[in-house]
Ligand binder design. Sequence first.
Ligand code: CDP
Length: 218
Amino acid sequence: MNISVAIDGPAAAGKSTIANIIAQKFNLMYINTGFMYRAVAYICMEKSIPYTDTSSVCKVAKSLEMRFKNDRILVNGRDLTESIKKPSVSNNVSNYAAIPELRKLLVDMQQKMALKCNVIMDGRDIGTVVLKDTPLKFFLTASAGERARRRCRELKEKNIPAEYDKILNDIIKRDYMDSHREISPLVKSEDALEIDSSNLSISEVVEVISKYIIENSR
Ligand code: CDP
């Protein structure tokens, strides 16, 4: 039987950092589903396709072959990992991610990936929709201030200009959109283990998750 681990949570809660480490520790394929929504938004923005043109957005999504290689995403063979993390994409992706037809396409792809191998997936609807039957679900949070500080640090390390107040506002706005959309909103699955990482180090979070996986995957 395949092992599937689900991690959901708001923007910049540290999901990808933790998922990467857990993937290596338990030999799981890491699927960053946020990258998939970001990749569609990025390509649509490149082609000037607005999120209101849902049929063109879906046409673009169907034309993309997405592959994960460690923590990177290759889209039709192109490594888009850095481009899709840009603030311009962060500020627009939630509009695209609210399109029901696009979500159906990407959820289908994600579920097919999970059938093929042992996976850890992070996103907003993994525990509630994509992997709703897995017993290994986590909901990772942190205060908005702490998340904005982390995102600022991450951008500055890549020499991308980052202003704390603006990042905080953008994060709050994106969380609101993700939590209030009609389809698959960001919500903690009832059976997920909630971890508030505001005052925890990366290794402390990894330890809590590892212990839970070991205890619950037999
Ligand atoms: O890394 P960060 O927490 O900033 O966000 P992300 O995981 O890269 O996700 C970017 C956006 O994609 C989110 O704000 C959601 O709008 C959307 N998303 C989603 O709707 N469902 C998912 N399973 C994953 C991401």
